[in-house]
Design a protein around this ligand. Structure first.
Ligand SMILES: Nc1ncnc2c1ncn2[C@@H]1O[C@H](COP(=O)(O)OP(=O)(O)OP(=O)(O)O)[C@@H](O)[C@H]1O
Length: 696
């Protein structure tokens, strides 16, 4: 049957219902999906040797004839061997297959095959184990550069390569060429069909390079064009124009002098707010760098110009904390600060809402529910949020409705410091301010990586800190002892050892620290219980707080001087850095102990980075190198299209080139309305699905 790009995978040979369902799991429903499913790596299977000449220890292809019927033997339950002797003009070789019984019938004596594998032993005792093989006269998977795909259970690389080979042969040339001819020419990019052919089955290394370059460029080019549209649309919108106020009265409210970096970020935001266009700015700073004060300054400016401000925190705990901090700083100037959280009594909420609508609250702090229906602002001019809750375009119009038609200024606070170049892309439609300086007088947190053998000493250390009047966090990765794993999913090794918060807190209180005050908090507690525990800790009524990562972002208890992270290997570096940032926020020397029983060299090397630096930007760069940017932001990447082949952190040169190309093209055809640019415009619309009105 003739295949087209739209053909379903069921039309491919060997694909029944079961396999189709598995392919579906990889997002592969059609021929086009398969062509867009890129290999994660390649294996060079081009080198052919005779049995005698094959080098030892390198994977190579050897053409040989099966000399005798394969012999199958059962060694024990679960272990079965199939052995076969093969020969060529120069020698012979014994091949062993483990648990591949089908081989006995697949290899026919007297027939020649190509075996791809590692040759061991010297002539005349040459051996090979578990090679890939296929008939010599019909080679498909040997004698070429083979793609290696990301797989799922029940889908082998051979199966998938068989499918992509067929699709590439039949349909690669049909892939639509969307890149404008001029762009391809100016940037020396390979044609579309050629690239899809060679990304799967490259005829040479050079061909693979050309294909990769084009496909990566293409992806980054669409991204750049889309971002440019988002930006230009914002530049056309109007926002509340704040007056250009002196900030001196604000500075006078503070018990400390702001750092240069804080002042710079405030100036940048103030400039945006006075511009008449809606601000959309990201403030990123390392843990403890004092981002909250930038938020406070903006609220002050809004108030001075007669606008209301709203600050949304990711959790109730943080909302309460911000409420305390911000009213502490701003109330003395006359600003009326209100708090609205889900766990407040209905009557209290009603009062706050009424005051807000009457314009009697200048700054409302709460969780993101404060922007829900039923909460009406008299004159909303500024919204401060965190990166997880930043707004999509749709929500922006809801915001504008609350702002009386004008799009309020938006300030986004990020707790994850990432390299600026990357931030500009990932948060593409935001301007970025970086706070790259810590308030003076902070001593870096001393960090240790220890094994289980140091547990007793670590507990002694906890006692010493508490004896000195300090407080201690102990962070564990999971809530319940051993959760039943979801169907068919293997629990990760050592799962049962994961320190579970509730049980662990109880053990600590009863067995280890009967004389200390131990509390716990985790995400499954009721908000009221969570707050009670946090408030007890913040108020000094607890010595030790056992917790999950609910304390990760933003919690500020300056008296805490030690944080212990159990099963530290389960956390990403940036996350550990965030956790560590919960201590070292006051004047006391602080410590972070990462404990793990994992002896894997790589894991330990990764964790070691934390003992060597306290620079969040450096740590996030390491994290990026190790885990790629996808992990950072979850799968969503804030509504930006998912990258299939480009690596935002690694392909920076091509990214720059693609950005320049996008700028040049948009300078000529700013709305992409020329007929030859229609496919491009369509493509951008498809990729930026979450920004439905990208071209409005
Ligand atoms: N310029 C400054 N001088 C001295 N202390 C400061 C300064 N700016 C902020 N602080 C204090 O430093 C602590 C951390 O500030 P803040 O909570 O704003 O940090 P943050 O950047 O939000 O960090 P995190 O992301 O870790 O929550 C607070 O106790 C705050 O009062």
């Amino acid at each position: 049957m003739e295949l087209t790009l739209g053909s379903g995978v069921r039309e491919l040979p060997g694909i029944g219902e079961a396999r189709a369902a598995r392919l579906e799991k990889l997002g592969l429903a059609t021929v086009e999906d398969l062509l867009r499913y890129f290999p994660r790596d390649y294996e060079d299977r081009r080198k052919h040797y005779t049995i005698a000449a094959a080098p030892v220890g390198l994977p190579v292809c050897v053409a040989a004839m099966v000399a005798e019927p394969p012999r199958r033997s059962y060694v024990r339950k679960g272990l079965e061997l199939t052995k076969v002797r093969v020969v060529d003009a120069h020698g012979s070789m014994e091949i062993t297959f483990f648990n591949q019984g089908y081989v006995k019938n697949a290899l026919v004596p007297g027939e020649s095959y190509i075996f791809y594998g590692m040759v061991e032993g010297l002539p005349p005792r040459r051996r090979m184990t578990n090679p890939v093989f296929e008939p010599e006269d019909r080679p498909r998977f040997t004698g070429r550069i083979m793609p290696i795909y990301p797989l799922t259970a029940g889908i082998s690389n051979n199966l998938l390569s068989g499918l992509t080979l067929r699709c590439a042969q039949d349909c690669a040339q049909e892939m639509p060429e969307i890149l404008p001819f001029r762009v391809r020419q100016e940037h020396a990019l390979a044609a579309c069909g050629y690239s899809y052919q060679n990304i799967h089955f490259p005829v040479s290394e050079e061909a693979l390079d050309l294909a990769r370059r084009r496909l990566i460029f293409e992806e980054l080019f669409y991204l750049s064009c889309g971002l440019a549209f988002l930006r230009s649309r914002r530049e056309g919108a109007s926002g509340p124009a704040f007056q250009r106020e002196s900030l001196e009265p604000f500075f006078a409210l503070l018990p400390f002098a702001l750092t240069q970096a804080q002042q710079r970020a405030i100036r940048e935001a103030a400039e945006d707010c006075a511009s008449g266009r809606p601000m959309n700015r990201l403030v990123q700073g390392d843990v403890g760098s004092g981002k909250t004060m930038v938020a406070a300054a903006c609220c002050f400016l809004a108030w001075k110009s007669g606008w209301q401000a709203a600050l949304m925190a990711p959790t109730e705990i943080l909302a309460e904390q911000h409420f305390r901090t911000l009213s502490g700083v701003l109330a003395p100037a006359g600003l009326r600060v209100g708090l609205l959280t889900g766990s407040m009594r209905a009557s209290e909420k009603k009062k706050v809402r009424a005051a807000l609508a009457a314009g009697e609250i200048d700054l409302l702090v709460g969780t993101h529910a404060i922007l829900s229906a039923g909460v009406d602002f008299a004159r909303l001019g500024l919204v401060i949020t965190d990166e997880q809750h930043r707004f999509g375009v749709g929500q922006r119009s809801a915001l504008a409705a609350k702002g009386g038609g004008l799009s309020p200024h938006v300030l986004v606070m990020s707790a994850t410091p990432i390299p600026r170049t990357l931030a500009l892309i990932i948060y593409g439609d935001l301007d970025v301010s970086v706070i790259d300086e810590l308030p003076p007088g902070r001593t870096p947190v001393e960090t240790f990586l220890v094994g289980e053998d140091k547990r007793a000493r670590m507990y002694q250390f906890v006692r010493r800190q508490v004896a000195e009047g300090r407080q201690v966090y102990i962070v564990c990765p999971a809530v319940e002892e051993a959760q039943p794993s979801p169907e068919g999913v293997e629990p990760p090794p050592g799962f049962a050892d994961l320190k579970a918060v509730t049980a662990y807190a109880k053990d600590l209180q009863e067995g280890v620290f009967p004389d200390l005050r131990v509390g716990f908090v985790h995400g499954r507690l009721k908000p009221r219980e969570k707050e009670a525990a946090m408030a007890a800790f913040a108020g000094g009524a607890l010595d030790v707080l056992v917790s999950t990562t609910v304390i990760e972002v933003g919690v500020d208890v300056p008296n805490a001087s030690l944080i212990i992270v159990e099963n530290a290997d389960r956390f990403g570096l940036s996350q550990l850095h965030q956790l560590r940032g919960r201590v070292g926020r006051g004047k006391h020397q602080s410590y972070c102990v990462l404990i793990t029983s994992n002896r894997n060299q790589e894991t330990r090397a990764r964790l070691k980075v934390l003992t060597q630096t306290t620079d969040g930007f450096r740590i996030s760069e390491e994290d990026l190198k190790l885990r790629g940017p996808g992990d950072f932001f979850g799968k969503r990447q804030h509504g930006l299209p998912q990258m299939r082949i480009a690596d935002l952190a690694g392909d920076t040169r091509l990214l720059k080139e693609a950005q320049e190309a996008a700028q040049a093209l948009l300078a000529e055809d700013p709305t992409l309305d020329r007929p030859e640019h229609q496919p491009l415009k369509e493509q951008i619309r498809r990729l930026f699905t979450e920004h439905a009105d990208i071209f409005n």
